[in-house]
Design a protein around this ligand. Sequence first.
Ligand code: PLP
Length: 393
Amino acid sequence: LRRRLEGELEGIRGAGTWKSERVIASRQGPHLRLQGGGAGILNFCANNYLGLSSHPQVIRAAVQALEEFGAGLSSVRFICGTQSIHKDLEEKIARFHQREDAILYASCFDANAGIFEALLTPEDAVLSDELNHASIIDGIRLCKANKYRYKHMDMQDLETKLQDAQKHRLRLVATDGAFSMDGDIAPLQEICQLAQKYDALVFIDECHATGFLGPNGRGTDELLGVMDKVTIINSTLGKALGGAAGGYTTGPKPLIDLLRQRSRPYLFSNSLPPAVVGCASKALDLLMESNAIAQSMAAKTQRFRSKMTAAGFTISGKDHPICPVMLGDARLAAVMAEDMLSRGIYVIGFSYPVVPKGKARIRVQISAVHSDEDIDRCVEAFTEVGRKHGALP
Ligand code: PLP
């Protein structure tokens, strides 16, 4: 076994796709201290879109929940793992999204693993965007429905597949609301129109939208004016909403009731720890009190995107805090990311198989807690490094 594993690991190294982990020795935030490295590293690669991961009120709420409700439940929800704070958070999530009910999971990966199998049978069909997140792909693999994969955001292809899927009892269109590799946003108005025409339901994964897209941060459905047309939302508590952990499904009450009876990651995995529940609950309170936090990131995103474009870079996506700096060549992306770190800017290069061959990039993520100076420093470093390595003239 050891020999086989070492061979496989060598293969990964040889292919240049080895992922190493940098060790952070401080809290998550725009400025980090790395273990064995310098302090004051500017961080542009967390999903901490609203800067709530280390927000003082979020931390205090976690400490209070820990003290009042303990470290954990030592149980799944239906045996003896449901506390009042779990029910309160589910109610708050449903209210936030203006849906009937919500169910918590240990992660959104689990929410995606649980929903399709519980909802769909061999009589049904699921139509999935080819670039959906790995957890949606895995969730769909687990269900016995008829599977259709449509080309990324291609409405013509989706319509053809919906026509073919008319023979099935129920059709579910599944898409990321915002796609994390390209920073592009699903055309939900068109998807919902097609769903109406072909009597299908719409499911969206809002991990990269909840908390900050739309006027009140409700997500892609709010941004595109289709909150009443999207039936099911899965999202995470581990990114903008405090960044601790946890995921959920929100939607019609009978669906949530069914998931509590049938969804395997919910039935057979431990309850969310109270401190984690406390973080997410406070993050939602902050967002529901005022839309200022949700709005706070847009101007920073705009600043980065326009300055980088003016410098000569191509930034994929539109108006999203995920700003992929498109470079094409895998080695160039890796070398530039390394050079950025040597200048105190933490960004990550992505290449095949995470993104298609020839589409390597450095993914920059903007947070509400980046200052204008932070963003300008990042653009300056990119410009210098880009010129040095031939990515800019
Ligand atoms: N869906 C999408 C689109 C994601 O980006 C992620 C996280 O990377 C997940 C689901 C999984 O979320 P979690 O970290 O809560 O398991």
